[in-house]
Design a protein around this ligand. Structure first.
Ligand code: C2E
Ligand code: CA
Ligand code: CA
Length: 732
């Protein structure tokens, strides 16, 4: 319309131009009408020529425009299709070809519906109808399928004026669709997930939560939004815990682990937590997303399962599984520390009889009671287990001396021997114990188990209620010790114990004013047994108190006798081992009373102690030493030079005599180191107000040298061996 209007206007202008050209032509050579006509014709001709030219020009313009339009169409960045009313494809551009993946020649004549996915066919048909029914452009999104591929397209179509075809622009929106679907999926998961999700901004203010968050923490969306995530914290964890968490978050953007959190109502729960970070395009952290779930119950049941798998339900002791695990660990530890370890196999004797006669309930009770008794016999570091039936095992690691094995085994035997009261029944059982040592008997777990088992069977074979070592030498030593222990109990009653006296001689005058009482055991079959052998046993078993008291009474009687018959100032020293100091059973008051009854002053007795005792900071030792002092008794420091030899202690405890150990005396010679040492000890002792007794004096030379060094007293074979009281009297 507008073109035509422009053309009319152009022609109007041309006519004015033609008329202006013709106004110069003379009019007197022709009649008026001819002239007029000619003029008209000329004008017309010029007019036509001009019209022609204009037409040519506009045609060229139109052709150029068409060409440009065709190019625009062909190379348009979106796909164009011209479709017929029935959906047949009339025309498309390169993008259109690309979209459907076929050539333009093949496209023409085909129906667009052929490319539409079956489930969208109906929708597409309806869309086309709409396009032709309306003047405005129509829009739809459908899925195309061809060559086994599929893609999503958005279509915008307008019917042309003829209303026989339409122009449809299409864009591939597959990528967009996929993203959208993923977003939708994510949103669904976010809402439906049982895991709590909380999104926080970089200042830890909550910006989003899901329903599970509210269920778990008790905070509604309104309560949580804008709050700090710190409101979820419990006070289970220290600062270091959160420092580590933030370090990880700042460096890797991630953290995961278990954390104790607190609910709105204050209850705490263990959460499995995963935190990730969202970054912006510049790489700046903008959001933290935390997902967590409550695993408190799960952990609890896991723990129960773990316990059930490792603990014997009847006794609460480790079961076979845990025992083996502990044993392996103990072996590894001993290996690393180059220490020894003992494995004890305990088997109740005749347990089956009790089970059979009294029933399983009683049997169970007996096992429970047994495990209690066993626990009371062992050290805190030992591991007692019940691998099954009437078997128990004991792991003793960090062993420093073997006596502790004997001690424990012995106390177990005794503890089990005591009667068991099972409801109305009183019954007796015993236990057989097999002992194997790592690494002496075996250096692997399997071997060690086997050896301990064999030792246990040996114990059963030997008549039960005893313990057996796997190693014969250990076994022999243990048996010997055991026999001695038993024998020692009867030794006092059977009068096998007596006291020997060894003179302590005044080196300057040769007078005998003192003696040391030394205990002797005349064993009926083994002969004279050295106190060095049986005193440790007496100490372990506690018999030492009884023995010590007995010696004291003997000595008190003896010193009373010798004070009357020999010298009024006579003094006898008695040895007191540390075990006696720590034993509360010892009643010092009785001792002092006894002396009073005999009319004896405290000074008739000297008590010999060793250095180790003085190092004890507790008041037990100092109290007893003071009690001796108060009663007028004197004290000697025995074996000086072999222990700590601390002068500070000597001063603190007011020791009266210092006994130089034979080890120095035996090596005395002029100018020797030991000579110098003896001299130094003597000088020092005198400075501190103590007298010195040299022990183990065997030769005349030693006596001479000691005298020269200023030593006060001598004791040793040179003067006399320890002898009976009668023999001693001959020495006066
Ligand atoms: P001790 O107190 O150091 O006793 C001195 C030991 O040296 C005694 O050994 C004695 O017989 C020995 N002896 C004495 N003179 C000589 C010598 O010239 N040469 C050599 N080679 N040895 C000599 P014994 O009687 O066998 O006593 C050993 C240890 O037993 C004592 O050492 C003491 O610690 C302890 N003991 C002895 N009797 C008792 C007691 O009644 N109660 C306590 N608790 N311990 C005692
Ligand atoms: Ca002594
Ligand atoms: Ca000594």
């Amino acid at each position: 319309m507008s073109n035509r209007h422009d053309e009319d206007r152009n022609i109007g202008k041309l006519r004015q131009r033609a008329e202006r050209q013709l106004t110069g032509i003379p009019a007197e050579h022709s009649p008026e009408s001819h002239l007029q006509l000619l003029h008209e014709l000329q004008v017309h001709q010029i007019e036509l020529e001009m019209q022609n030219e204009a037409l040519r020009e506009s045609r060229a313009n139109a052709e150029q425009a068409l060409e440009r339009y065709a190019e625009l169409f062909d190379f348009a960045p979106i796909a164009y299709f011209t479709l017929g009313k029935d959906g047949s494809i009339h025309q498309t551009n390169f993008k259109g070809e690309g979209l459907l993946g076929i050539d333009r020649i093949q496209i023409t004549g085909r129906h667009f519906a052929d490319f539409v996915a079956t489930e969208y066919q109906a929708g597409f048909k309806h869309f086309l109808e709409n396009v032709f029914a309306h003047a405005e452009s129509q829009h739809c999104q459908i899925m195309l399928t061809f060559d086994g591929k599929s893609c999503w397209v958005a279509i915008e179509a307008t019917a042309d004026c003829s209303r026989n075809s339409c122009l449809a622009a299409m864009a591939d929106i597959s990528e967009h669709k996929r993203n959208q679907q993923q977003l939708q999926l994510a949103a669904t998961v976010y809402m439906a997930l049982e895991e709590a999700i909380v999104v926080a901004d970089i200042d830890n203010r909550i910006v989003a939560i899901n329903p599970a968050f509210s269920t778990l923490t008790g905070y509604s969306s309104a309560e949580a939004m804008g709050q700090s995530t710190a409101m979820l914290k419990s006070d289970h964890h220290d600062q270091a815990f959160f420092r580590d968490m933030w370090n990880s978050l700042n460096i890797t953007g991630q953290w995961q682990g278990e954390i104790w959190n607190s609910r709105k109502d204050g209850t705490e729960y263990l959460a499995r937590l995963v935190i990730s970070t969202v970054y912006d395009d510049a790489g700046q952290a903008i959001r933290r997303v935390a997902m967590f779930s409550d695993i408190t119950e799960y952990r609890r049941s896991e723990e129960i399962i773990r316990q059930q798998a490792n603990i014997d339900p009847l006794t609460g002791l480790p079961n076979r599984r845990l025992f083996l695990d502990r044993l392996q660990r103990a072996i590894n530890k001993s290996h690393r520390g180059r220490q020894k370890l003992a494995l004890l196999f305990l088997d109740l004797d005749h347990f089956k009889d009790i089970n059979d006669t009294l029933g399983h309930d009683m049997g169970d009770r007996l096992l429970q009671e047994t495990s209690q008794r066993l626990l009371s016999c062992i050290r805190e570091t030992d591991t007692l287990a019940r691998p099954g039936g009437d078997e128990f095992t004991l792991i003793m690691d960090e062993l420093h001396d073997f006596n502790s094995i004997n001690r424990v085994a012995q106390s177990i035997l005794q503890a089990i021997m005591k009667p068991f009261q099972l409801q109305d029944e009183r019954c007796y059982v015993s236990v057989s114990i097999g002992i194997a040592l790592y690494p002496d008997d075996a250096d692997t777990l399997e071997e060690l188990l086997k050896k301990a088992d064999q030792a246990m069977y040996a114990a059963k074979k030997l008549g039960r209620s005893r313990f057996c070592y796997f190693t014969p030498a250990m076994q022999e030593a243990a048996e010997n010790r055991l026999r001695l222990t038993n024998d020692l109990r009867h030794a006092l009653i059977d009068q096998q114990i007596w006291v020997a006296y060894q003179p302590i001689v005044d080196l300057a005058t040769g007078e005998i004013r003192k003696a040391e009482a030394l205990i002797r055991w005349q064993h009926p079959t083994r002969g004279l047994i050295s106190p060095a052998e049986f005193i440790p046993i007496a100490e372990e078993t506690g018999l030492i108190t009884e023995l010590g008291a007995w010696v004291f009474h003997q000595v008190a009687e003896q010193v009373s006798n010798w004070r009357i018959h020999h010298h009024t100032q006579f003094q006898i020293s008695i040895n007191k081992s540390p075990a006696q100091f720590y034993n509360n059973g010892e009643k010092l008051a009785d001792w002092f009373e006894h002396l009073q009854r005999l009319g004896l002053p405290g000074g008739c007795i000297a008590v010999e102690i060793t250095e180790g005792l003085l190092l004890d900071a507790s008041s037990i030792v100092s109290d007893k030493l003071r009690a001796f002092k108060d009663a007028g008794m004197q004290t000697s420091l025995d074996d000086f030079g072999t222990g700590y030899s601390s002068l500070a202690y000597l001063k603190k405890y007011h020791i009266d005599f210092l006994k130089i150990d034979p080890i120095f005396v035996s090596n005395l010679s002029v100018g020797s180191i030991d000579m110098a040492l003896c001299e130094a000890i003597i000088v020092m002792a005198h400075v501190l107000g103590m007298k010195v007794i040299a022990e183990g004096v065997e030769t005349e030379e030693q006596r001479e040298l000691l005298l020269q060094a200023g030593c006060d007293y001598g004791q040793g074979y040179l003067f006399s061996k320890p002898v009976t009281a009668e023999a001693f009297e001959k020495l006066f």
